[in-house]
Ligand binder design. Structure first.
Ligand SMILES: Cc1ncc(COP(=O)(O)O)c(C=O)c1O
Length: 399
């Protein structure tokens, strides 16, 4: 490439972001591909399960027969989309949200989370985020000029933050708290509404917006049913909740999600987004609302695939002496690095894992300092491959 004489500088805030976790692992992964290693990529939570047929067919029919759906969409979501979302919230959780004022369509929940930070944080404002946690909370806050306070979520506390440990001066200054159950990366779930009740009280006391990310609400196993944060009385006064079609209907590449809850928060997020995007293409909205309206068995079947893979992977890991427990939800396995390798740290361990075995997992440290010592595997390859994964890991453990 010809060298430019111009010297451009990107915004300082971009330099404040940690190197994207996936990019350092990706580099090593690409090298492994180049060496013709048979890579088994359990890194990114990018579902390999095809989107259910009836949703794809609806899309094909819509784009073939309704060219008007290719015009600019209604940015906040078509009234039909918001109505179905509102009906689904009632039917699934017994939660009432006004389709007009308390729901908003999103170009995937990631987009909504990042934009919510921009809409509500002034430079220097504090946001409370789980550590370890989904990276977009951290990045969204930093890009908005805010400051992050990491709430440690530890195995010994069932990966719930201890609200009493948040210093009074931080709580007073905090504007947003992010929570996420079922959780990425730890796979933790809440067993009842008690913790959410505590959070609502905390939010009322300190005037904090609670953002509950319920992306994995439908990927649950063994009869576990994930609640909505909005089921708690008073929750709507302090919170919004995000949902994702990427996980629920295995539609990660379609880019569609939604947020429901507090009217004031939804109003200002809608307003912010109106300056930066045009919303989800109409043909995608129509396919997604069809999915939510007539899911058939598709949601259950997708969850069943991940459950089957989790079971198989855990069983085989335990057989080779790598201790692991079956999660209650999500599409991940979160496990401690075997004792033998613990000293090298999770990043070095995952780098070695790719080089030596071709298996890609993500280092716990990439999700926050309290993720150190763990590795997250996404269950995004064919069932049979978990046997191969474990054969390779066995060699590594023995070596
Ligand atoms: C906790 C969590 N929230 C949100 C998302 C983003 O989902 P979407 O595809 O809807 O943007 C992910 C993606 O992995 C996630 O793990």
């Amino acid at each position: 490439m010809k060298k430019s004489k111009l010297r451009f500088e990107c915004a300082e805030k971009l330099n404040k972001l940690p190197p994207y976790l996936l990019s350092s692992i990706n580099k090593i992964k690409l090298k492994a591909y180049a060496k013709k290693l048979d890579v088994i990529d359990l890194g990114m939570g990018n579902s390999d399960i095809p989107t259910p047929r009836h949703i794809v067919e609806r899309l094909c029919d819509t784009v073939t027969n309704h060219p008007n759906t290719m015009r600019y969409p209604q940015a906040k979501g078509m009234p039909k989309f918001r109505k179905i979302v509102s009906e689904w919230m009632t039917q699934r959780f017994g939660v009432k949200v006004d389709p007009e004022t308390e729901t908003l369509a999103l170009i995937g929940s990631k987009e909504g989370i990042a934009h919510l930070c921009m809409a509500f944080l002034n430079p220097g404002d504090i946001a409370l985020i789980p550590d370890p946690g989904y990276l977009v909370y951290y990045n969204g806050v930093v890009l908005a000029g805010g400051k992050v306070y990491g709430m440690s979520v530890l195995e010994k506390n069932n990966y719930l933050p201890d609200l009493t440990k948040i210093p009074e001066n931080i709580a007073r200054k905090a504007k947003i708290m992010f929570l996420n159950y079922p959780n990425n990366p730890t796979t933790a779930v809440v067993e009842d509404l008690n913790f959410f009740r505590e959070v609502v009280k905390f939010a009322e006391k300190y005037n904090i917006i609670i953002v509950h990310d319920n992306a994995y609400s439908e990927l649950t196993f063994d009869g576990y049913v994930a609640p909505s944060f909005l089921e708690v009385p008073g929750a709507k006064d302090v919170s919004v909740e995000f949902f994702s079609f990427s996980k629920m209907f295995s539609m990660p590449g379609w880019r569609v999600g939604f947020v429901v809850g507090n009217e004031y928060v939804i109003k200002h997020l809608t307003n912010f987004k109106s300056y930066v995007d045009f919303g989800i293409p109409t043909f995608i909205q129509l396919s997604a609302l069809h999915a939510l309206k007539e899911p058939g068995d598709s949601i259950k079947e997708i969850a069943k695939v991940f459950e089957r893979r989790a079971e198989k992977f855990v069983k085989e890991l335990n057989k080779i002496g790598w201790k692991a427990e079956k999660p209650k939800a999500t599409m991940y396995l979160w496990t401690k690095i075997p004792e033998k390798f613990i000293k090298m740290g999770s990043l070095k361990f995952c780098e070695m894992l790719i080089r030596e075995t071709g298996v890609v997992g993500l280092p716990g440290i990439g999700f926050g300092k309290h993720g150190e010592g763990y590795v997250r595997f996404s269950l995004v390859t064919h069932d049979n491959r978990f046997h191969d994964v474990c054969l390779r890991l066995k060699r590594l453990l023995k070596g």
